[in-house]
Design a protein around this ligand. Structure first.
Ligand code: GLU
Ligand code: MG
Length: 636
């Protein structure tokens, strides 16, 4: 989620006065890295995954769950081996690295060391994830479990926390969750409070409710305390923030309390990183749809399957002027998206890239752009950075205002790491051995380690296939955005179509370039709408499909039989999810709710249903319960 620094965090009124200071030094810090590292080469691929977990208390006797707010204590325990190793007390490197996340009920685990570049390394992913789950279990109380659900289904409903706390927090001012659901590290409550202060209102999240037979129409949520007036902001719900027929949420925790599966790769040089960034951008919405696993919010079934828009709204710090609701007076830009959103601009100078793909009217800081250009940063990269830098720094630590710009990237990271986009281009940290990297951020966490390993390995193999075959996946960025919207739809995997490039083998997108079949490829004919099945498994006389392409790539390499079999299992899971033979996490969870004997067909996910749902996914994740609709013949 970003760097943790220590110190006194500034209130927004003070922080905003240093915004230009942070931005200008941030750019100097980027330029210093860029100058020193632009020609840096790394021989081989290194990569890693990040798995985020929710900590749940399972009361088996009373068949009730609570959200555990003990993540901090659990992390202290989990981080011991890393600490010991860093302190030189042991030669034994840690099996896993553990980090805090936004929620006080979340933990994040990564492998102890990056995976290497060999196929054999891919075999280490699932054992590493299993080991992490085991370590997490061991660090918890006997009645606590780490669950890889995207969110706690009843977050924000009364009496769902392991300590009963009323939602009257000063920082977040939510009607539903107390400040105590936020990680207590100063960075997080300040982030939430400064987002609210900058925006001038609480964040406003509305996800459409799933209308079942007995769900009232219109649905006006009876559980919203419309007349509560502890804070001025409490009037917002009544004044229209809470929309009819929607599940209304008013706090960062509903979004940033969601768990995802992220993959980071080290590229062999800056150009490869830029190339992969661009090619993974159109893949991001496809993978959001395919991994979708978030059908429930605040105790209700939603009519959507994915988390992304909830997080986008949960950190949307744009002022009314920036959102285009009021005419621009005090602010500098009208900004089309939240800080957490899909990317706005491609960055590769590769010959496959054409200006027409960057068809969004990019908002960027002209002065920063000029400065970057004057320092020999090329147009596309300068536009990208100047676009990220339209944002204000949200959390500034007083003690860290003055930095050595040649050796620190604190100010750069302040802006960079609070632009939570579908893919992230990451410069090498100063004074380290790490190269240029790309982070793939759209995937939702899956119930089992098998699935999480399968999706991680799939993405890594896809990058190798893209590079090895020189695939061209470019489509206009506005079409990528349309795909993001489609990815949220209930069962989009089965029912919807996504824009996708028709001929991925043209590496020359010129207007009259000929493709492999000798046909001319007109610009407007570059992409079309395809089903998920066509994108993943291929289309007759058209796009061969990601899975078949990866298989041909694997056929062109030397792999031992055992590894090949395992990779085939992973690819088969992806393929079956796309064809609908297996369910997505979202449709599986939805079905657990709607087929529950106590479900009243009113969209309500009660505490009883939540208990059974969490107990079920935990047993599936432990391998105690088979889930053929989700996993087919595979084992967790
Ligand atoms: N949990 C966030 C998500 O679901 C990402 C936070 C992070 O960047 O680590 O996308
Ligand atoms: Mg994280």
């Amino acid at each position: 989620m970003g760097l943790l620094s220590l110190g006194t965090p500034l209130h927004w009124n003070e922080a905003k006065q240093y915004a230009d200071h942070v931005r200008s030094h941030g750019i100097d810090q980027f330029l210093s890295v860029y100058r020193k590292q632009r020609s840096r080469k790394k021989q081989c691929l290194l990569w890693g995954d990040e798995v985020e977990y929710v900590v749940v208390k399972l009361d088996k006797e009373n068949r009730r769950t609570k959200l555990s707010l003990r993540a901090f204590d659990i992390l202290a325990q989990l981080q011991k081996p890393e600490q010991e190793y860093n302190d030189g007390n042991t030669e034994q490197p840690p099996d896993a690295l553990w980090r805090p996340e936004y929620g006080r009920f979340m933990i994040e685990g990564t492998p102890g060391a990056p995976y290497g570049s060999t196929f054999r390394d891919l075999m280490n992913v699932e054992p590493s994830m299993k080991r992490r789950r085991q370590l997490a279990h061991e660090a918890m109380l006997p009645d606590e479990i780490p669950v890889t659900l995207v969110n706690y289904p009843r977050l924000g409903c009364p009496h769902e926390l392991d300590i009963d706390i009323e939602p009257h927090g000063k920082a977040v001012q939510s009607m539903f969750v107390p400040d105590e659901v936020t990680n207590p590290h100063a960075r997080f409550p300040t982030l939430a409070a400064n987002i609210r202060r900058r925006r001038g209102a609480k964040v406003e999240i509305n996800m459409p409710i799933f209308h079942d037979k007995n769900t009232p129409r219109p649905f006006i949520d009876p559980t919203i305390p419309f007349d509560r007036e502890v804070f001025d902001h409490d009037r917002e719900a009544k004044n229209g923030a809470a929309k009819p027929d929607h599940i209304y949420m008013d706090a960062m925790a509903f979004g940033m309390g969601c768990c995802c599966l992220q993959i980071t790769f080290q590229a062999c040089n800056i150009d490869e990183a830029r190339h992969l960034y661009d090619h993974l951008a159109p893949v991001a919405p496809i993978m959001l749809a395919l991994t979708a696993a978030t059908p429930i919010f605040r105790g209700y079934l939603a009519d959507t399957d994915a988390r992304w828009n909830v997080i986008a709204a949960s950190v949307d710090d744009r002022t009314p002027e920036e959102r285009g609701i009021k005419p621009l007076k005090n602010d500098r830009f009208v900004i089309n998206k939240s800080r957490y959103d899909s990317i706005d601009t491609y960055i590769s100078n590769d010959s496959m890239y054409k200006d027409r793909y960057n068809d969004l009217d990019l908002v960027y800081d002209k002065d920063i752009y000029e400065k970057l250009r004057n320092n020999n940063v090329d147009d596309l990269l300068a536009r990208h950075m100047a676009h990220l830098f339209i944002r204000d720094p949200l959390v500034i630590f007083k003690e860290l205002l003055d930095q050595d710009d040649e050796n620190s990237v604190d100010h750069f990271e302040n802006i960079q790491s609070t632009n939570w986009q579908t893919v992230r281009f990451k410069p090498p940290p100063p004074n380290s051995d790490i190269g240029w990297r790309v982070e793939f951020r759209s995937m939702e966490i899956q119930i089992t380690d098998f699935e999480n390993a399968a999706f991680s390995v799939f993405i890594v193999l896809l990058t190798r296939t893209i590079l090895s075959f020189g695939l061209n996946l470019y489509i206009p960025i506005t079409k990528v955005d349309e795909n993001m919207a489609t990815a949220h739809k209930r069962d989009s995997v089965l029912n919807d179509k996504f824009y996708f490039r028709k001929n991925v083998f043209t590496n020359d997108g010129n207007k009259n370039a000929t493709n492999g079949n000798g046909h001319t490829a007109a610009e407007e004919d570059e992409y079309e709408l395809m089903t998920m099945n066509e994108i993943i498994n291929g289309k007759d006389h058209g796009f061969p499909g990601f899975v078949p392409l990866i298989h041909s790539y694997l056929n062109s390499t030397n792999i031992d039989i055992e590894t090949r079999c395992q990779l085939t299992r992973y690819l088969s899971l992806i393929s079956k999810r796309a064809s609908g033979e297996l369910m997505t996490g979202a449709s599986y969870l939805r079905k657990l709710v709607t087929s529950h004997p106590q479900y009243k067909q009113d969209s309500v996910v009660s505490p009883e249903i939540t208990y059974d749902l969490i107990d079920t996914v935990d047993r599936i994740a432990r391998g105690e319960l088979k889930a053929p609709e989700l996993l087919g013949e595979f084992n967790a």
